[in-house]
Design a protein around this ligand. Structure first.
Ligand code: 5GP
Length: 200
């Protein structure tokens, strides 16, 4: 029987560098299928529809939601983000490993729906570094910044619900740790019962 592909979920508070880590991971593991989310936010310079995200309207998002096309969705800073469901199971059932990069609220929902997934929580190297990364991201007012830092702190407290925690001190080191986790998960007895049974 074909072995089901692994579902790896990389998550963490905003400002932890999830995007950069996932890009590097995919460059090193090109056989993984990256699940492209749909979002209602505007593309940033250089972002391409169908590559980083499917950039869709709020109306389109709501109609996909009504049609139950999302495995999970969340509102992050006023924009909607959702994980299209159908390709994930399809790929996994054909033996392909799938990677999701989603926020904490979304990951907690996927944990309920896909208990066989591998949930990795990315931590910023320090509190100061987290504040710097959030500040460098935008031109928001001190008020908004303060709110984002508070919300990041609350999200980090939810890290205890994950199976693995990786500190993103350098991208290379974080990617190496994630690759090690994926390798170990692929070797778990519970994922290889058929292989053992061949010999009985
Ligand atoms: P950005 O707009 O900076 O690309 O992403 C903002 C946040 O949304 C990040 O924390 C990112 O991980 C998260 N995100 C991206 N796609 C999804 C998704 O499909 N579902 C959820 N819940 N969060 C997502």
């Amino acid at each position: 029987m074909m072995k089901k592909g692994l579902l790896t979920v990389i998550s963490g508070a905003s400002g932890t560098g999830k995007g950069t880590v996932c890009k590097k991971l995919l460059a090193e593991l090109p056989e993984m299928f990256y699940s492209i989310s749909a979002t209602t936010r505007q593309p940033r310079t250089g972002e391409v529809d169908g590559k980083e995200y499917f950039f869709i309207s709020v109306e389109q998002f709501k109609s996909w939601l009504a049609e139950e096309k999302f495995l999970e969705y969340a509102e992050v800073y006023g924009n909607f983000y959702g994980t299209p469901a159908h390709k994930i199971e399809e790929r996994r059932n054909s033996g392909v490993d799938v990677l999701l990069e989603i926020d904490v609220q979304g990951a907690l929902k996927v944990m309920d729906k896909c208990p066989d997934g591998v949930y990795i929580f990315l931590l910023p190297p320090s509190f100061d570094e987290l504040c710097n990364r959030i500040k460098n991201r935008g031109t928001e007012t001190p008020d908004v910044l303060q709110r984002r830092i508070e919300s990041a702190k609350n999200e980090i407290a939810l890290g205890k619900k994950y199976q693995y925690v990786v500190v993103n001190d350098t991208v290379d080191a974080a990617v190496a740790k994630i690759k090690a986790i994926i390798t170990a998960e692929r070797c778990k007895v519970s994922r290889n019962l058929d292989e053992i049974d061949i010999f009985s």
